[in-house]
Design a protein around this ligand. Structure first.
Ligand SMILES: [Zn+2]
Length: 426
């Protein structure tokens, strides 16, 4: 008799720190332990110490990564230091993004250069990129398939099939589900049937604006904000949001300088540019017409710290895109400290702001600032309620149990009601 146990070690009732454990037990044999993501919690979200994981890292056979955002991969170095030496499995683009993403994250942890290098080499040696859409077999006949979810470059859902007597038990981890019509990336692929769906619910209680409305909203916002000649600050994740913004600012044809003040954001933009095979049809068509989808005349790279210092003296008009996305560190903090006291300036939020972060406090009006604050929700890389409900509905029957994770209480409850399934936990 085989048993399968799924535990949520992180992001069960909040949005960051994703980590799930699947234990596959067969009588008389050692368990096969699979972790899905090992992310860092942000803001006030809880984080279970690795030493308290139900399974020691050295006993984890496989670590699957749904995508390369830090709240899904940020604790991979800690896991390795705690003894993990199994295989890391992800898509090819995620494998390519792991290096720069973790290198950047590691540089803030106080580890020495040598230590960082050795962790990077270990991650590179343990990780393997796989194709979307194909079925691969692990030990004991466990199979998996990675499906595209259009959240960021390389993002995927994972469908496992575990042999059980004469049948199979199938589990899908949605990872972070993207929106339809996301710039550069294809729409989320419909999931196949499964016995257990572990589904994210970040925006389970919200509806985003459509792509056309949100481009209009961005255009209006940019025009109004620049009318007085000031600066627009856009805090953005280096991975995903930055490239999306470049794409859409290119489409609306901005005529003021746009600065990407982020060495990591620039490196990842180059990767997005290189990996054309993973673009959607629109982006490919633009390129074929001679208009590169994520490059334009007024776009400036600010890589070196010296250049960042020079940019600090710039008065505008212009747009500054910098990390971190929730203003919890990085170069954006310097800009905000320098510019939020000036009513000519504007800050535009285009991403989720977790509780306890500076971004959330600014939105909630808890910071004494003079600059104007705008929130453009259509820019989320996460599916809204209707896309989440539609994705579940597109699944082949029979549909088994659904567990909602990766969302605050209100979002999980609203999404559970909207899905309306009987067998749903939230
Ligand atoms: Zn993500």
């Amino acid at each position: 008799m085989n048993t399968i146990k799924v535990d949520h070690l992180g992001a069960e009732k909040c949005v960051t720190g994703s980590c799930h454990l699947v234990r596959f037990s067969e009588t008389g044999k050692r368990d096969v332990n699979i972790l899905v993501d090992c992310g860092k919690a942000q803001g006030r979200d809880p984080e279970l110490p690795i030493s308290e994981f139900p399974v020691a890292p050295s006993k984890v056979d496989y670590l699957f990564l749904t995508h390369a955002h830090i709240d899904h991969i940020g604790r991979v170095p800690d896991l390795i230091e705690a003894g993990f030496d199994g295989e890391i499995i992800c898509t090819h683009p995620t494998k390519a993004l792991l290096g720069p993403m973790l290198k950047d994250a590691l540089s803030f942890t106080g580890r020495g250069k040598r230590k960082i290098q050795s962790i990077e080499q270990t991650i590179d040696a343990l990780s393997w990129g796989f194709e979307y859409g194909q079925v691969f077999t692990l030990k004991r006949g466990i199979q998996f398939r990675l499906g595209n979810v259009g959240h960021i470059l390389g993002s995927c859902f994972i469908r496992f099939s575990f042999p059980q007597d004469d049948e199979v038990y199938r589990i899908i981890f949605s990872g972070d589900l993207g929106c339809k019509n996301t710039p550069i990336l294809p729409d989320p692929e419909p999931p196949e049937s499964c016995d257990l769906l572990v589904l994210e619910s970040t925006y389970g209680d919200r509806l985003h604006e459509g792509r056309a409305q949100r481009i209009e909203a961005l255009e209006r916002c940019v025009q109004n904000a620049l009318a007085d000649g000031g600066l627009i600050y856009i805090p953005a994740f280096s991975l995903g949001r930055t490239q999306e913004l470049i794409y859409e600012l290119d489409r609306i044809g901005v005529r003021v300088p746009v600065f990407i003040d982020s060495p990591l954001g620039l490196e990842i933009t180059k990767m997005y540019s290189r990996m054309e095979d993973f673009w959607d049809q629109d982006a490919k068509a633009l390129k074929a017409r001679g208009d590169h989808p994520i490059d334009f005349k007024h776009l400036y790279a600010v890589a070196r710290f010296r250049e960042h210092k020079q940019l600090m003296a710039f008065q505008g008009p212009g747009i500054i895109i910098a990390g971190s996305g929730m203003c919890s560190g990085g170069r954006i903090v310097d800009h905000l400290e320098a510019g939020l006291g000036d009513p000519k300036n504007d800050i535009v939020f285009v991403g989720y702001q977790a509780k306890g972060t500076l971004g959330r406090r600014i939105i909630d009006g808890k910071e004494p600032i003079q600059a104007k604050v705008h929130v453009l929700s259509g820019y989320s890389a996460h599916a809204d309620q209707s896309t989440l409900v539609g994705w579940v509905a597109s699944m082949d029957p029979p549909r088994g149990e659904i567990r909602l994770v990766h969302g605050e209480g209100r979002a999980r409850k609203a999404l559970a009601n909207a899905i309306g399934a009987k067998n749903i936990k939230y």
